[in-house]
Design a protein around this ligand. Structure first.
Ligand code: ADP
Ligand code: MG
Length: 606
């Protein structure tokens, strides 16, 4: 009888399975998990291994010395990194557009008229539609008086003001008009020109000014002119309020930013692709090169810098020359990124096109042997580098009730999506693809304009709700939950994440639907794309249809919607796919560690 442990050092988590082996029989006793310390495949991993292993042993009241053998993964040494590249830019050369989200615009609706300083309206004697411009030097009370007492011939259809007093002004007006406030550089608003303003009702976004035909209607534009204002409409999409001013020349440009090229080097050919051509073109290039040896980015560009950083970090950690670090795969995803509009006058943001890129490096096996040596010494237990991670994942996944070979496993981790397949004869084939959980969080972070990566992780993992009163919330699926005790007042009317330990408010997010669709799209673009990509590559025929059973494992398979998305997509290929349940009790976790412990039934084959 002997006690063994399998330990899987992943990019994100280090997982342990402890088992007792008696002849041919194996009994699993406990599992452990902890965060991986340092980059996978480096000596920094040791302390994470200690934590993970001791968390399993503690459940059994065992010590390290009680173990007879430990096997660690022959790390598929895959390191992922993610970066974002913005490829379009909105530049305002004259003040034509103010699309911003003041927290409290006044009134609602649309107003069209000539821009006039509020202090000047008394000079106008003819019939006229006007939009009044209110600088900070005129307080809201004075401005309200001026508007209320204006010549009745004057039709005041809206107001643009510098201070954050939109509501205070509206409340004092006899006739309600839409008011846009917080326009900091109000002196840049041109006077004497036709302008249109729109303020959406609370909870919704503007629809007229974010629609090119809407602007064309308001300004009576012809088709050529309409084409020119598309960037303006685009810059205003998703805003609660906006202003468009018709200046004599067209002055908003959406230009493509030169983002550099990516070179994909294969054994037989090299393909170059421009990042600003978008994700589809990049992925087409990637799949056109069969055996990728390395991927590089143009020097001095963001992609160049990002791919270089991956290489530099890896070389620092593995003591290998930078030129020996090879990038084997990238996943590019189209996304958008809110950026400050250049030349804007109210801190406007526009959603710019961007490409998110995940890269993957393969290191080498020696590193794991070094970790095993150090562990052997420190634990006083023989530690071996066990079988290939993919074999182990298959061994572990096959402990899921209802599975048998042939079968494919998709391991969805943090940095990479790994797929392996076992055929009738027990032969295993595996691949590693860039892009997994971290990429999903990065896309969420960028598209929602969050400062904090860990908040993006939370948005990925938890469902949303709206706090409708201090005693009830409405979940994103529409169900209502009541509370006996009042919720904290600061949660009122906020969108929140429903976490195990309470509600976490999301600041500056105005609709559940938006956050939800960003979340789901990010997951789909990474994991559905990668599952299909992975399965086509491991499929014996190159066609995913020739695979029948797929088991999803890894941390991202814990997600409340990713496995369902993949299951639904693969069902179209007639593939039975589902989340693994390792040993019938671990869910999708612990597959590789379980496989490593199982492998202790056989002697090491070397
Ligand atoms: P690795 O094998 O690379 O160490 P894991 O299998 O531990 O990775 O998976 C880590 C990934 O799983 C991270 O991207 C993390 O955000 C994600 N993850 C962990 N728990 C959950 C969860 N409950 N829902 C969604 N994603 C999760
Ligand atoms: Mg893993």
């Amino acid at each position: 009888m002997k006690y063994v442990a399998g330990i899987d050092i992943g990019n994100a988590s280090t997982e342990t399975a402890v088992a007792r082996i008696d002849g041919e029989d194996i009994e699993f006793l406990a599992s452990g998990i902890g965060p991986t310390t340092g980059i996978k495949g480096t000596l920094q991993n040791i302390s994470g291994v200690f934590n993970s292993l001791s968390s399993a042993l503690a459940k059994l009241g065992m010590d390290y010395e009680d173990l007879d053998e430990i096997r660690i993964n022959e790390a598929a040494p895959v390191i992922g990194d993610v970066a974002m590249e913005t490829i379009s830019q909105t530049v305002i050369t004259e003040s034509t557009v103010i699309g911003h989200n003041p927290s409290s615009p006044g009134g609602t609706g649309i107003g069209v008229g000539v821009s006039v300083l509020v202090t000047e309206i008394k000079k106008i004697t003819e019939e006229k539609d006007v939009i009044v411009v209110i600088p900070a030097s005129v307080g809201f009370q004075k401005a309200a008086d001026m508007i209320n007492n204006a010549n009745p011939k004057l039709n005041i259809t809206g107001a643009i003001m510098q201070e954050d007093d939109g509501n205070l002004l509206t409340n004092r007006l006899e006739k309600k008009i839409p008011v846009i406030d917080e326009v900091r550089m109000i002196e840049k608003v041109p006077l004497g020109l036709t302008c249109a303003i729109e303020v959406a009702a609370p909870g919704s976004v503007i629809s007229m000014l974010s629609n090119p035909y809407g602007i064309a209607t308001l300004f009576q534009l012809n088709s050529d002119e309409t084409q020119k204002i598309v960037p303006i409409a685009r810059a205003l999409i998703g805003n609660r309020s906006g202003v468009v001013i018709k200046t004599p020349s067209g002055d908003v440009k959406a230009s493509v930013v030169k983002a550099g090229t990516i070179s994909i080097l294969g054994e037989k050919k090299e393909v170059e692709v421009d990042v600003d051509e978008g994700a589809a073109k990049i992925m087409e290039a990637v799949s056109s090169v069969p055996d990728i040896e390395d991927i590089t980015g143009e020097k001095g560009t963001n992609v160049g810098n990002m791919l270089d950083k991956v290489r530099r970090v890896m070389s620092g950690l593995t003591n290998k020359a930078k030129s020996d670090i090879k990038i084997r795969d990238i996943l590019a995803v189209d996304t958008f990124n809110p950026q400050r509009v250049i030349g804007g006058i109210a801190d406007e943001f526009a959603l710019e096109n961007a490409v998110g890129i995940a890269a993957m490096v393969k290191a080498d096996r020696l590193q794991m042997q070094m970790i095993a040596n150090v562990l052997t010494e420190k634990l006083n237990v023989p530690v071996y580098v066990g079988g290939v991670e993919a074999d182990m994942a298959i061994k572990g996944a096959l402990t899921t009730p209802g599975t048998k070979a042939p079968l494919a496993v998709v391991d969805m981790g943090a940095g990479s999506t790994d797929a392996s397949i076992i055929d009738w004869e027990g032969k295993v084939k595996l691949i590693h693809l860039a892009g997994a959980g971290d990429m999903v969080s990065l896309l969420i972070q960028s598209e929602l304009g969050l400062d904090d990566f860990s908040l993006a992780e939370d948005i990925k993992k938890y469902t949303l709700a709206k706090v409708e009163s201090l005693f009830h919330i409405r979940h994103e699926d529409g169900t209502v939950q009541f509370y006996k005790e009042p919720l904290k007042p600061e949660l009122f009317s906020k969108i929140v994440l429903v976490k195990e330990d309470g509600l976490l408010p999301l600041e500056n997010q105005d609709s559940i639907e938006k956050v939800k669709s960003v979340r789901q799209e990010a997951k789909r673009r990474v994991f559905v794309t990668n599952s299909i990509r992975a399965l086509s590559m491991v499929s014996p025929t190159g066609n995913p249809r020739d695979i029948q059973f797929v088991v999803m494992v890894g941390g991202s398979a814990l997600d409340f919607e990713i496995p369902n998305m993949v299951t639904a997509e693969l069902a179209e290929y007639d593939i039975v796919a589902g989340r693994g349940n390792i040993r019938g009790c671990e869910g999708p976790r612990n597959a590789v560690a379980t496989g490593l412990a199982l492998s202790c039934l056989q002697p090491l084959d070397q």
